[in-house]
Design a protein around this ligand. Structure first.
Ligand SMILES: NC(=O)c1ccc[n+]([C@@H]2O[C@H](COP(=O)([O-])OP(=O)(O)OC[C@H]3O[C@@H](n4cnc5c(N)ncnc54)[C@H](O)[C@@H]3O)[C@@H](O)[C@H]2O)c1
Length: 343
């Protein structure tokens, strides 16, 4: 079987996890990564024995890499000549500039949440609108919060029908290891509705959504509370729990078992031996599911650094028509990533 050849642009928080995720796909080959600077992540790659070939963005200072003994396999253009598709995880806004290179080389690309929606033909989620991505040249993934949120809402929607959701996002302000937000001790509220609610409506236009986002000075994951209304009548606690338990990208947990909050998931992922404490699945607290009149309410944990990896890989499957629909596409991705193995 011919493997799909994939490149990753920007070996940062998301890019290194995309590269690892692609390597686990039996039907894809990671040709290489491209970056601009010998960042700590690139230095760590070199210390690990250079498992991935490194290419340099035009304008990168090659001498900085040579001085550190970091092997370079060629230019961005060289990489583009060898791949079927690029996963762009350069800083927000830079992907739009890289797109000009992709267009020139005739290479498909998938962008991350920091880019404007206009960068892509399709705003994509592996479960909610896989079919829209079939054969598309340029797709943009939902952001980390929206990816996890849509997973859970789509799970209920597919099974029972949902016509309205209201969310509160408790958003981690930075990733572990970041310094750019300073040393903070305050919460900050964004103007409502949050972009995640608006994004959900773009992808699932049959659902009315709104929400509020609160930035919090933590790094180990976001928490979202969701209030959802059934389109075909009330969704009960038991029905919601049954649907969530059946989903391969949702890990249902209990507070009594020790899952007290975001940090418990981070620690559990490290105890599992997952690289960097990554988790592809969202967490959902069984003890958070409550009925409020006709609405159902629940809380989810979003591991922001790794949650978009499975849906990005679904996007490769859609763009290259590797599988014809969401069910078969997500099942392939899940199989290679070992998702749902905890059940
Ligand atoms: N960090 C998260 O938790 C998170 C979650 C979901 C989505 N995202 C989105 O993913 C994208 C990447 O974010 P990140 O946090 O991984 O950023 P990052 O800053 O950690 O990594 C970006 C990398 O791109 C490199 N780079 C700079 N210019 C480049 C160029 N022209 N071409 C290729 N690489 C270049 C940088 O040197 C760096 O290594 C953004 O769109 C962001 O909004 C981030």
């Amino acid at each position: 079987m011919k493997k799909i050849k994939v490149g990753v642009a920007g070996y940062g928080v998301i890019g290194q996890r995309l590269a690892d995720g692609v390597v686990r796909q039996g039907d894809m080959e990671l040709v290489g990564i491209v970056d601009l600077e010998p960042t700590l992540s690139i230095r760590a790659l070199k210390e690990k024995g250079m498992p991935y070939n490194l290419y340099l963005v035009d304008g990168a200072d090659r001498t900085k890499f040579d001085r550190l003994g970091i092997p370079v396999s060629g230019s961005f253009g060289d990489l583009l000549g060898k791949v079927d598709i690029m996963l762009d995880s350069a800083p927000g806004g830079v992907g739009a500039k890289n797109k000009m290179l992709y267009e020139k080389a005739g290479v498909k690309a998938i962008f991350q949440g920091g880019e404007k929606n206009s960068v892509a033909d399709v705003f994509f989620h592996g479960y909610a609108n896989y079919e829209k991505g079939l054969g598309a040249d340029y797709l943009k993934l939902t952001s980390c919060n929206t990816t996890g949120l849509i997973r859970s809402v789509d799970c209920l929607d597919r099974r029972y029908g949902v016509d309205r959701v209201a969310i509160t996002i408790i958003r981690r302000v930075a990733d572990p290891g970041d310094y750019h937000r300073g040393l903070t001790n305050a919460l900050q509220i964004d103007k409502a509705p949050s972009h995640q609610a608006v994004d959900l409506m773009t992808i699932m236009p049959h659902i009315q959504a709104t929400g509020i986002l609160v930035h919090t000075p933590v790094t180990h994951g976001h928490i979202i509370t969701v209030v959802a209304h059934g389109r075909n009548g009330k969704i009960t606690r038991e029905q919601a729990l049954e649907a969530f338990r059946g989903h391969e990208r949702i890990r249902v947990v209990r507070i009594d078992d020790g899952f007290l909050g975001n940090a418990s998931f981070f620690r559990y992922a490290r105890d599992l031996g997952n690289p960097r404490g990554d988790m592809y699945e969202i967490g959902l607290w069984e003890d958070s599911i409550v009925e409020s009149g006709d609405d159902i309410m629940y809380a989810i944990n979003i591991p922001q650094e790794s949650v978009t990896i499975p849906e990005t890989i679904d996007a490769v499957r859609a763009a290259l028509r590797m599988q014809p629909d969401s069910k078969s596409g997500t099942a392939k991705t899940n199989g290679f990533l070992g998702l749902g193995g905890w059940k």
